[in-house]
Design a protein around this ligand. Structure first.
Ligand SMILES: Nc1nc2c(ncn2[C@@H]2O[C@H](COP(=O)(O)OP(=O)(O)OP(=O)(O)O)[C@@H](O)[C@H]2O)c(=O)[nH]1
Ligand SMILES: [Mg+2]
Length: 240
């Protein structure tokens, strides 16, 4: 068992999963991996099982149905809690995050015992490949709004490429997290911050997915906006 667990949430990622798992194994041969699949209709779960049957470090958690990124990650975190990992790594299955960067993010986390290391698009040196100016602007604007509403210093709160210290995760009262979409990432970062955690952003290049389809939809954006506004109002006006 390694001291870190890479968690890969999947929903309909049959075209990219094998390649991403291969790349994780090349970058970090000794690291454990958990695929969390929500009964993908395209057979991603079976692909993960086949991969795991040939690689003892790779595991698969099957969930009955798709309930969003947040619940999938929380299930993965609980799997990690039960096995005493020290670190979890979050990474997308669509090739947007380069697995070769995992050792760098983990090295930073271990070096200063950070609670959260974010692979960040929106710090100096970070960038996005393959997004229109409009999409970049929406992401930047969303992050600016979250930063302002939550009085945070984090530049990329929605980023999904991260290392989190398990001991800190255990403090975050995951049972009270209701965020479903990428708002989940904002909520985790905000809770680590509120808990006095050490947070470091490391610049990465995010690459637009080359295959498969995005799970992003308007409801996810609306959820993030509504929840951030609610938390912000609580903080600004009600002193919560
Ligand atoms: N298990 C599980 N995984 C999910 C769910 N929603 C998204 N994912 C996975 O989470 C990762 C991020 O989702 P994406 O659809 O790539 O979202 P995104 O990166 O914001 O958008 P695009 O890159 O444009 O597709 C991918 O690996 C998805 O397969 C879900 O409800 N359950
Ligand atoms: Mg993606």
């Amino acid at each position: 068992m390694s001291d870190a667990l890479v968690i890969v949430p999947t929903f309909n990622e049959s075209e990219s999963l094998n390649a991403v798992l291969d790349r994780i194994r090349v970058a970090s041969p000794d690291i454990d991996v958990l695929v969390v699949d929500d009964n993908s209709p395209d057979g991603t779960g079976t692909i993960a099982d086949t991969y795991a049957s040939k690689n003892p470090r790779v595991h698969v958690l099957h969930r009955d149905r798709k309930t969003g990124l947040g619940p999938a990650y929380i299930a993965g975190f609980r799997w990690a809690f039960a096995r005493d990992y020290e670190w979890v790594v979050e990474i997308d299955a669509d090739g947007s995050h380069d697995p070769a960067v995992i050792p760098t993010l983990l090295g930073i986390a271990r070096g200063v015992t950070a609670d959260l290391v974010i692979g960040s698009r929106w710090v100096r040196g970070g960038r996005v490949d393959g997004w229109s100016v409009a999409r970049q602007t929406i992401s930047r604007a969303g992050n600016s709004y979250a930063r302002w509403a939550l009085r945070s210093d984090i530049r990329d709160m929605t980023a999904g490429f991260r290392v989190i210290r398990v001991e800190k995760l255990r403090h975050l009262h995951l049972e009270t997290i209701a965020s479903s979409g990428y708002c989940f990432q904002i909520e985790i970062a905000d809770r680590v911050d509120a808990d006095g955690g050490t947070i470091i952003e490391h610049p990465i290049t995010f690459i637009e997915r080359a295959s498969g389809t995005s799970k992003m939809h308007l409801g996810i954006v609306v959820e993030a906006f509504a929840r951030i506004t609610g938390w912000g109002v609580g903080r600004w006006f009600l002193g919560r």
